[in-house]
Design a binder for this molecule. Structure first.
Ligand code: PLP
Length: 362
């Protein structure tokens, strides 16, 4: 038996051998400020409406693989054509499908770092080479390095998370446009946190066939537990992605949630405004702790630089508050990422964080 397990390990593709599973912080009781989810659950009336519609559908039949009703509703909201939209089982799945279509052995994927870890992980899993370009001071794009790498012979995809996870800042629209204009490679702007920011690249889609925008229901739209993401792009890119998308990747339940959420867009906007207000309050309060840097954020989280970050994270955990540490990420060893929670959760975080930082001096 052991021999066979050993043999199986030998057959793992070399790219996969070097990978580690994606492991979020263990889920425990208490205040979860570690995964950039919405602190607001989907309201009960919406859940009931979704459940009502879902429970009267046939479950023995496959769902609409084209996800047409949802795409039609989304096309109206985003002011694009239906054939410019592709839905996925979370935006992670779409990132993988982009790499299946355009990446693979011999290709490079370019992205600024630090950023969302899946661009690197999925590039490697599919046999490509990730090229991370370190952000400069104040998390600005290193434009000369970006320009060099986006047009390197084997580059096929460029990912730009804006607002960027985990730094929280947006990149100037003008800089992103410079990149898109300078290359014929596909530039994917990941706008997972768009609703907490004041900008979007969606209006530029008609101008640039090599621009795609990724969105998710997991952040502002209170549906991380359901897994819904979508891409807006040129119809040709959408058609290409459809060739590798698993049939029925949006199950009947996800489709019902997706369409109900679109009809209630005002609610997500309202929630986002509350989160922004709390973000500013939390940022100002933590910045009062001496020696702490709070980076400006346009997302639903903030990044703070504080000495002994791991100890402070542990101290918060002891008080039932989970935040995300980056002890293994280059350049972020002294940083913590704190998701904006409910007002009382943020209050508890301010109290415990302040206590942990002052304990350092004592
Ligand atoms: C920038 C960015 N893109 C995509 C995702 C993944 O979102 P989804 O839940 O839709 O897979 C995340 C999740 O944290 C993210 O931070």
């Amino acid at each position: 038996m052991e021999e066979r397990v050993k043999r199986l390990r030998e057959w793992i593709r070399p790219e996969v051998r070097s990978l580690q599973p994606y492991t979020p912080e263990p889920i425990g009781p208490g205040i979860r400020l570690d995964a950039n989810e919405s602190p607001f659950d989907m309201p009960k009336v919406l859940k009931e409406a979704i459940w009502e519609a879902f429970s009267t559908q046939t479950w023995n039949r496959y769902p609409d693989t084209e996800c047409l009703a949802v795409r039609q509703a989304m096309a109206k909201q985003e002011k694009v054509e239906v054939n410019q939209i592709l839905f996925g089982n979370g935006s992670d799945e779409i990132i993988r499908d982009l790499l299946v279509c355009y990446g693979g052995p011999g290709t490079k994927t370019v992205f600024p770092t630090p950023t969302f870890s899946m661009y690197r992980l999925l590039t490697i899993a599919l046999g490509g080479t990730p090229v991370g370009i370190r952000l400069q001071e104040d998390w600005l794009l290193d434009m000369p390095a970006m320009m060099r790498e986006i047009n390197a012979e084997n580059t096929r995809l460029v990912f730009i998370s804006s607002p960027n996870n985990p730094t929280g800042n947006v990149f100037a629209v003008e800089r992103i446009l410079e990149i898109i204009r300078a290359t014929d490679r596909l530039v994917v702007v990941d706008e997972a946190y768009r609703m907490f920011s004041n900008q979007s690249m969606v209006p530029y889609l008609p101008e640039f066939p090599n621009l795609a925008v990724l969105c998710t229901y997991s952040k502002a739209m209170s549906a991380a537990g359901v897994r819904i993401g979508y891409l807006l792009g040129h119809p040709d890119v959408v058609e290409t992605l459809n060739r590798v998308r698993l049939p029925y990747n949006m199950d009947a339940f996800a489709q019902q949630v997706a369409i109900t959420a679109i009809r209630n867009n005002d609610l997500w906007q309202k929630n986002a405004r509350k989160i922004i207000q709390e973000r500013e309050r939390l940022s100002a309060a933590l910045a009062k702790c001496s020696g702490v840097i709070v980076y400006p954020s346009q997302a639903n989280f903030i990044l703070v630089r504080v000495s002994e970050a791991e100890r402070i994270k542990g101290q918060l955990a002891k008080n039932n508050i989970a935040v995300r540490g980056f002890s293994r990420t280059e350049g972020l060893g002294e940083c913590l990422r704190i998701t904006i929670g409910l007002p009382e959760e943020n209050e508890a975080c301010i109290k415990q964080f302040t206590a942990a930082v002052s304990a350092q001096k004592g």
